[in-house]
Design a protein around this ligand. Structure first.
Ligand code: C5P
Length: 301
């Protein structure tokens, strides 16, 4: 196998990390799922997926966090492949065998939608490899069936997500300089939702969309993540990592999703780079990376 598992693939798809810049839990459905109001963006940093036609289906893994997953076990990538194949069969479209390689750069169970990003990238890449198509409503339903965050990962651009995360409105947010930080302790999303003190909180108060990056950073700073207090109780490392981020030139420090990943926003990319380098040196057992969010005009696909 070549040293770089992705150098000879037919199709290479980015699977950007999903960041909940702010998240309000505004209610709960009868089936237990929570109703959200979340400002979401995506980062240049993420997993990568390579697709190549093959004699039979294969799934292989590489990357820093590949060890936490199993190539034979249940995986959102193979579930996306199988689900898409079934949906295409209904309309008589071919979906021949494929070798899928996942480069797992994102920490697992960390609130930045790694598995959902991989599922969305698999759907995008396979549709292109197979030169197939599904009506948008069918593709969205397939994505939602794979996970509440998969539809927003399919959109892959700055947006507001409501409902269980599937009611998506694009927003014109520019690229922002960011550091991602994770204590490498997995947090269970259902456990965090369960530990919420209230499931009926006010929606986010983002009345007018700001323009410049600094205005967005100020507006984001005034918002909140309702899942952060229960996640901090379940995983005390989140508070430690947030304190460390706050001691840099960060303008905003907050947790994404149900944690434990926290993000910090900076006015300049070199400030983010310097903070990530300093923190990695001081805390080698934690995960830090400087990245940029994808602006409204960037194309993640
Ligand atoms: O849909 P997904 O499998 O990503 O969700 C994981 C878990 O997170 C769900 O089983 C549910 O407990 C919780 N969840 C929720 N409300 C949402 C999204 C996820 O309660 N809107």
């Amino acid at each position: 196998m070549p040293r770089d598992n992705l150098s000879h693939v037919a199709i290479l798809e980015q699977a950007p990390a999903k960041i909940n810049l702010a998240l309000a839990v505004v209610g709960q459905r009868a089936d237990g799922y929570h109703l959200l109001d979340s400002l979401v963006t995506f980062t240049a940093f993420g997993d990568r997926i390579g697709l190549t036609p093959a004699a039979e289906d294969r799934f292989t893994l590489s990357g820093r966090f590949a060890g936490a997953l199993s190539a034979d076990g249940d995986n959102l990538v193979t579930r996306a492949r199988d689900g898409l194949r079934t949906a295409l069969a209904d309309s008589g479209q071919a979906a021949p065998p494929v070798h899928i390689h996942l480069e797992k750069n994102l920490p697992i169970a960390s609130g930045i939608g790694g598995g959902s990003a991989d599922a969305a990238a698999t759907l995008r890449g396979l549709l292109s490899l197979w030169q197939a198509g599904l009506p948008k409503a069918d593709l969205d339903a397939l994505a939602l069936g794979l996970g509440a965050d998969v539809p927003m990962c399919l959109a892959g651009r700055p947006l507001i997500a409501r409902g269980v995360g599937d009611d998506i409105t694009p927003v014109a947010m520019p690229a922002l300089a960011m550091v991602l930080a994770n204590p490498l302790v997995g947090v269970s999303t259902p456990a965090v939702f369960k530990a919420l003190a209230s499931k009926h909180n006010p929606p986010l108060a983002l009345a007018v969309e700001p323009g410049e990056p600094a205005d967005w950073i100020a507006a984001i700073g005034a918002l909140r993540n309702d899942l952060e207090p229960p996640a901090r109780r379940l995983c005390p490392e989140i508070s430690l990592i947030a304190q460390n981020l706050a001691a840099t030139e960060a303008r905003v420090v907050r947790m994404s999703g149900s944690g434990a990943t926290c993000f910090a926003l900076y006015h300049a990319h070199d400030a983010a780079e310097a903070a990530a380098a300093r923190l990695s040196e001081r805390h080698p057992h934690w995960f830090f990376t400087a990245t940029s969010t994808l602006g409204a005009s960037d194309d993640a696909h």
